[in-house]
Design a protein around this ligand. Structure first.
Ligand SMILES: NC(=O)c1ccc[n+]([C@@H]2O[C@H](COP(=O)([O-])OP(=O)(O)OC[C@H]3O[C@@H](n4cnc5c(N)ncnc54)[C@H](O)[C@@H]3O)[C@@H](O)[C@H]2O)c1
Length: 334
């Protein structure tokens, strides 16, 4: 297959691109290497991809429509994985415009090019944050989600809705994936698992929000990649419901799918697993709830299971141990 992966130098984009390259597909990555976090880590991820002859990279912003048109005309993609985004819940409080540009304008460009190129399947990265202030657990794809708590969540919901209307009008088979706190080797330095590990190695205190009273449905990266890979082969078809609770739109070949472990972990247990893997105890700076944060995330994964026969299954202690091993080999901490 000819595949475009936007955000290919990112954590998730690089891991799925690697999987597809190993399978022998032609992959074109698009990424503008934003300085949101350590650009060297992005360059190193991209270098792993560049080792494959079936990989090409376009260094561009997804908002740059002229460049996107040129890349799509050249590649003529069968499948598009749109993972480029300004990610991060907390950063969105101070930098809202970056989210509008990348996640709304940029996503529209990619969604519209999927239409023009009659892609077989457009896959969009969305987020558990889309469920916002919902209090019904686990979060089910068909739950209405009208209460986003941050600009990040609002822009991701906007991209889902734009994709739905294009899917309805032009028939583009589209799957929007709601990811739940993804962690693992080559992960994102702005996320809790990475920050905690980094600070514990450096002997610095870690910030523990809501006094540790948070539950997160942590999803290991390899499980996420396996789920995405299987979903790529199941483009939605209008009217073809897979289970009773299918989120398939009644008016478009469009569905939403949660990808999570479906086993929320208490933040303090997660921290303990990191401490155990490192062999040091963290100095904890207990703080209140952060603005825009939610107390719990929890994925209903029955639809993922029905579509793919698979659900994430890596225990968080095992996943954390693998991440800490990678951190040690990459950073060589004292
Ligand atoms: N990691 C998670 O836990 C998680 C959870 C929910 C949703 N997501 C979503 O999954 C996707 C991938 O997330 P990630 O964790 O790999 O993040 P990431 O920041 O590591 O990857 C995103 C990549 O997109 C690139 N990018 C950002 N803005 C761009 C733009 N305007 N044009 C081109 N490239 C741009 C960045 O340089 C980066 O390499 C994102 O859409 C994110 O919102 C991630």
């Amino acid at each position: 297959m000819n595949i475009i992966v936007t955000g290919a130098a990112g954590f998730i984009g690089s891991e799925i691109a690697l999987r597809l390259l190993r399978e022998g597909h032609s992959v074109t990555g698009i990424d503008c290497f934003t300085p949101y976090y350590d650009v060297k880590l992005k360059e190193d991820r991209a270098a792993r991809l560049a080792a494959f002859p079936n990989f090409r990279l376009a260094r561009s912003r997804v908002e740059d429509n002229e460049t996107m048109e040129r890349v799509f005309d050249r590649v003529r993609p069968d499948v598009i994985l749109h993972f480029a985004a300004q990610a991060g819940v907390r950063y969105s409080l101070d930098h809202p415009r970056e989210y509008i540009d990348a996640n709304v304008v940029g996503s529209f460009n990619i969604i519209d090019l999927a239409r023009r190129h009659k892609a077989r399947h457009l896959i969009l990265a969305s987020t558990s944050s889309a469920y916002g202030a919902n209090q019904k657990f686990p979060f089910e794809e068909r739950d209405s989600a009208p209460y986003p708590l941050t600009i990040y969540a609002a822009t991701k919901l906007a991209a889902e809705l734009i994709a739905h209307s294009h899917s309805h009008l032009y028939g583009v088979p589209t799957t929007a994936l709601r990811f739940f706190s993804v962690y693992g080797p080559w992960g994102r330095p702005d996320m809790a698992f990475f920050l905690f590990t980094d600070k514990i190695f450096k002997g610095q205190p870690i910030d523990v929000f809501n006094n540790g009273d948070l539950l997160r449905d942590f999803t290991y990266i390899d499980d996420l990649v396996e789920s995405i890979r299987r979903l790529m082969d199941v483009p939605p078809q209008q009217g073809n419901h897979m289970i009773r609770g299918d989120s398939l739109s009644p008016v478009a070949p469009y569905r939403l799918v949660n990808i999570g472990h479906a086993a929320p972990v208490r933040l303090m247990d997660y921290i303990e697993a990191i401490e155990d893997s490192i062999g040091r105890t963290a100095v904890k700076n207990m703080l209140g709830m952060q603005p825009g944060d939610v107390q719990q995330t929890y994925a209903d994964v029955r639809l993922l299971k029905a579509l793919t026969g698979y659900t994430p299954n890596t225990d968080y202690r095992e996943g954390i141990a693998k991440f800490v091993d990678w951190y040690k080999s990459y950073y060589n901490p004292a």
